[in-house]
Design a protein around this ligand. Sequence first.
Ligand code: NAD
Ligand code: UDP
Length: 311
Amino acid sequence: MKRILITGGAGFIGSHLCERLLNEGNEVICLDNYFTGSKQNIKHLLDNHNFELVRHDITSPYFVEVDEIYNLACPASPIHYQYNPIKTVKTSVMGAINVLGLAKRIKAKVLQASTSEVYGDPEVHPQPEGYWGNVNPIGLRSCYDEGKRCAETLFMDYHRQNNVKIKIVRIFNTYGPRMHPDDGRVVSNFIVQALQGKDITIYGNGKQTRSFQYIDDLVEALIRTMNTENDFIGPVNIGNPGEFTMLELAEKVIELTGTKSKIVFQPLPSDDPKQRCPDISLAKEKLGWEPKVELEEGLRKTIEYFRKVIL
Ligand code: NAD
Ligand code: UDP
């Protein structure tokens, strides 16, 4: 039994990770400031005596004795991370300094939830971990992309300078139950619009691609990464290499929900990456992991969840 801190634990990914780690018999401390997460996501865990909930903002130091830290605190949807971009940078950078300082003091292992956004609008396809990326440092997405890049830098430097035990995971687009209906990311937007019979909003011409991973596959990979030997630190790509255009995604959601909603085209947000697809060779080799849930199966489960939540 381990004691584990999950920052951002009341968010979409964090709540699934809390649940899984509790089910495996660990003690879990969920830290969140509820900016984009909610108590609703972890309400079903509150009766578990191995679960503790802490309202705290990770831009301030936090002290606790734990064996492992998963650092997930950071808004992940473009509309939310651009709402207060200065705060987004602070959350990634000061948050990383605070969890790394804690890990150093208590000799805990710490995993950073990094992102495929570190590759920016990639010129290499699919993206291997060795690719340094094509990121605009001064655009509207930069608060997120550069904040996460700086967090990776801090993780590497605490490791090299202070021997902190680190893991860096670059997460590609992930979806599933407990995404917020107003989250603004594409999968939840399309499903909610379809279920409510509203227009399905494609930004740009819909030919941009993304690779969508179901939440259960990600949670499995996060835990496997944390459990690797100390000499494996990443960064490691975690995503589903199935690549789809936004038009294909919209058509799939229309088919699976049976909606009468129509597709409408809206302007493309600035710096929106044209394509994204993970090279997961490293994850296969080091974690013995690859995603199991196909897009259609994952969408069905997510549609079922949103039907209950919004109808
Ligand atoms: P989410 O918005 O649902 O969760 C983020 C959580 O962090 C929320 O509960 C939020 O309230 C909390 N938070 C934000 N700022 C905080 C702060 N200053 N102090 C404490 N808590 C704070 O998003 P998610 O999809 O669950 O993402 C979780 C992590 O995974 C993020 O770090 C994100 O960058 C990363 N990630 C997610 C995806 C994805 O597709 N979902 C892809 C790449 C990376
Ligand atoms: N997108 C879209 N309609 C929406 C929301 C998003 O067409 O209602 C597009 C968006 O422009 C991007 C892709 O879907 O090209 C994925 O967007 P998301 O915000 O989910 O994630 P990210 O851009 O960070 O990968």
